[in-house]
Design a binder for this molecule. Structure first.
Ligand SMILES: Cc1ncc(COP(=O)(O)O)c(C=O)c1O
Length: 417
């Protein structure tokens, strides 16, 4: 039985009735299944089945400290992109040695803090960044483990805003600069060059782009080793997709690819999946405020908005929408599902066929566990959407609704106004 499914026509997350939860805490809210998160991790580990492959969860996908804890307890390390995410991981009890710091624009303050905590690895994306890391590490008498992020010049397909591996993207060190950069890192006493990393994009639903990235990495490892440079770790990054529209995600094939890669390279292989571990485990629950029948369209105006889930408007992303109570007949109607924010881009679905829906009905947007709550904001002075974690019959508010009163309490009018 899937973790998010109807039981007697009522939507459940594990053993918790979504409508009952909505009554208790109000709408909108995110709800996550702990078991679905653990299972996604365990399935990936089982598909890879190789002792030298280590998974680091990309915290940005869902950075709630309870979610970090679930994955850390399951055995994952963490991949972070800011000092804030580092603090989240430490608060969730993750060992610093299990943390990798990625990101194209780390500040000196963030690098210094990560050095102080002695994190496991810095993924460096430019020579100026390397110089700052070297200077700070030397000053603190530390030796930082460094992997160089390669820009492999690969188009992984998918939406332009989540492509990261093409030469015109801002990420990574260009292919023809990597050998010299790696040799340079290897000569700096405060740095230990441990390997190479890449990340080609997100929501990738076939293995060919990973195969291409692996081939590029393998080529570079051979070049570096031919120069007597040590390469102990190689990361294929994140990017493995989920089934937003019923796509089949080739997890077994991906596992074989990664296993083969680890065998051939004779080194540790790291992965940084985010979406794949948490995306399908979460839903966004929202209430229909109005059914507005306009000249050209029927609109469902719901109480969640683009500030709660920005993916549809930012990436033209598709989220399946399901009524929280299964309708008794099969009649469908076509709707645009929109939020209350004053932007035309504030929509969740356009021309979507849904069961006939009325005001006060609850609907759930599926596959909302990744890049949902972590990208949410308070735009239009809306409350920040709460998050609920569920395990069996247990549920806990892991981020309460941040009310407008709480938001106002940290704003200030200067006394000279
Ligand atoms: C460096 C890096 N690693 C991993 C990820 C996670 O990607 P995904 O959630 O698609 O697995 C990202 C996403 O932007 C990233 O930038």
């Amino acid at each position: 039985m899937p973790a998010i499914a109807y039981k007697n026509d009522r939507l459940f997350v594990e053993d918790v009735d979504v409508a009952a939860l909505a009554k208790e805490i109000g709408t909108p809210f995110y709800a996550y299944s702990t078991s679905a998160i653990s299972k996604a991790y365990e399935n990936l580990v089982a598909a890879i089945a190789h002792p030298r492959v280590k998974i680091h969860y990309a915290v940005k996908a869902n950075s709630n400290i309870a979610v970090i804890k679930v994955l850390s307890r399951a055995g994952a390390g963490m991949d972070i992109v800011s000092g804030g995410e580092l603090k989240r991981c430490l608060k969730a009890g993750v060992k610093a040695a299990d943390i990798i710091f990625s990101g194209v624009g780390k500040t000196e303050e963030e690098i210094g803090f990560a050095l102080k905590k002695d994190i496991g690895q810095f993924n460096i994306e430019s020579l100026p960044e390397m110089e700052i890391l070297a200077r700070l590490a030397q000053g603190m008498k530390r030796r930082a483990k460094v992997a160089l992020r390669i820009n492999p010049g690969i188009d992984a397909g998918g939406h332009a805003k989540i492509s990261t591996g093409k030469e015109e993207d801002k990420f990574g060190i260009n292919w023809d600069q990597v050998e010299n950069a790696y040799a340079c890192v290897s000569e700096i006493p405060a740095l230990e060059a441990v390997g190479l990393t890449t990340h080609i994009g997100s929501q990738i639903t076939e293995t060919a782009p990973f195969q291409n990235a692996a081939a590029r990495l393998e080529d570079m490892v051979k070049r570096l080793r031919a120069r007597d440079l040590s390469v102990q770790r190689v990361s294929l990054g994140g990017g493995l997709g989920i089934s937003y529209r019923g796509e089949k995600i080739p997890v077994a094939e991906f596992g074989r690819l990664v296993r083969g890669f680890a065998e051939r390279l004779d080194c540790e292989v790291e992965l940084e999946p985010g979406r794949h571990l948490v995306g399908e485990a979460g839903i966004l629950v929202t209430k229909v405020l109005y059914v507005k029948r306009a000249a050209a369209k029927n609109f469902l105006v719901v109480d969640a908005a683009m500030n709660d889930l920005i993916r549809p408007t930012l990436y033209e992303a598709h989220h399946h929408i399901q009524p929280v109570t299964r309708p008794q007949d099969n009649a469908l109607e076509t709707y645009d599902v929109v939020g209350p924010v004053c932007e035309t881009g504030d929509y969740f679905a356009k021309d979507r066929q849904l069961p006939i829906t009325q005001a006060n009905d609850l609907i759930a947007l599926l596959c909302a566990g990744a890049y949902g709550a972590s990208m949410s904001s308070t735009y239009n002075s809306r409350a920040l959407c709460p998050e609920i974690l569920i395990l069996g019959r247990k549920s806990a508010v892991i981020r309460p609704r941040l009310t407008i009163e709480q938001q106002l309490s940290w704003e200030n009018i200067p006394n000279w106004l």
